[in-house]
Structure formats: C-alpha cells, structure tokens
Design a protein around this ligand. Structure first.
Ligand SMILES: [Zn+2]
Length: 176
C-alpha cells in the first residue's frame, strides 16, 4: 500500500531539517584549539603533506594534519599563516592521539614551523599565533580553558610544542 502523500511530505521535511542542521553544525562545531610545533626547521604545506603521507600512509584525507601552520621564514615566510583543504572544508584534524578523539574532531590544530624543544619562538611568529588564536576564539566562542598546547593536554605524552614554547605567557596573551 502506498504511503499517504502527507506522511511522505512529513518525512521529506524532517530530512531537510536534519540536513540544514548538519550544514549549520559542521563548520561551527569547533570547540578546542591545540598548539603544536613541527619539530623541524623547514616547513611548507607541501612538505607537511609529504610528512603526513609517510606517517599515515593510506589516510584517505590527503591533507596536512593541522588546520593552520605558521611559518618561521624557512619555507613559508616568517609569521605567514597557511592552510589547505582540511581547513577550507572544516574536516577533522589528526593532530592529537586517539586518547583525545574529540580534540581531533572538534579541535582546531595550529602548528608552528620550528623546533621549540631546541630553539626559541621568533617574536613575529609568536605574535601571528596570538592573533590567529584570538580570532578563532572570537569566531567560534572558544574560551581560554579550551586552548592548550599539545603536550599540556590531558592524555597526551609529547614534548610538543617544545619546552621553549612560552605556554604561560601565551595563555595570558590570549586571555587579554
Ligand atoms: Zn603536536
């Protein structure tokens, strides 16, 4: 027996509402920001893409693991903010471990090119990071408590973004 037309219209309406909700939710779901360093002195989008291809061969998301990278003058310009189609399409990241799946799904990953376990963060690069982080916090309504350094996040055991990354002053600078 055919379903009554009214019932079918009702199903279509429900489907449209769900699709609309998903379209609104997807690009606005960002809940965390996680800061990283690349641990290498050189970096461009293409370079990080190659690193990702080697580390996670077969990942169908053939993009850099982060949403944004900030250059150190070696590859990208000093303080230059770059991103690829992961960020453009609001795709989840692969920048923290599976202990923090939600920070991969709803966390924006920002990576500073450089090794801040060995070197100190150049001021121009640091300033670009503060500006970008503050913009993203304002855009997605993310409070400072949900911004963290990779290794400062519960469940993560890594030195990233390096012992010389000025975590305490960064938290003050983004909260101002
Ligand atoms: Zn990291």
């Amino acid at each position: 027996m055919k379903k009554p037309i009214k019932k079918r219209l009702c199903y279509i309406a429900i489907a449209l509402v769900l699709i609309a909700a998903a379209i609104i939710y997807w690009p606005n779901r960002w809940h965390y920001i996680v800061i990283h360093h690349s641990a290498g002195n050189y970096g461009t989008i293409e370079f990080l893409q190659d690193v990702h291809r080697q580390r996670q061969a077969g990942d169908p998301i053939d993009a850099i693991p982060y949403h944004y990278v900030i250059g150190n003058g070696n590859g990208l310009d000093m303080g230059e903010v770059a991103s690829d189609w992961r960020q453009e399409n609001h795709i989840w990241g692969t920048h923290v471990s599976s202990n923090n799946r939600d920070r991969n799904f709803r966390g924006i990953g920002i990576c500073l090119i450089g090794n801040y376990e060995k070197n100190t963060v150049p001021k121009a690069q640091y300033d670009a990071l503060v500006t970008l982080t503050r913009e993203l916090m304002a855009k997605y309504n993310i409070p400072p408590e949900r911004v963290s350094g990779h290794g400062y996040t519960d469940g993560e055991s890594t030195k990233c973004p390096g012992k010389n990354f000025p975590m305490a002053s960064f938290m003050k600078d983004i909260a101002r």
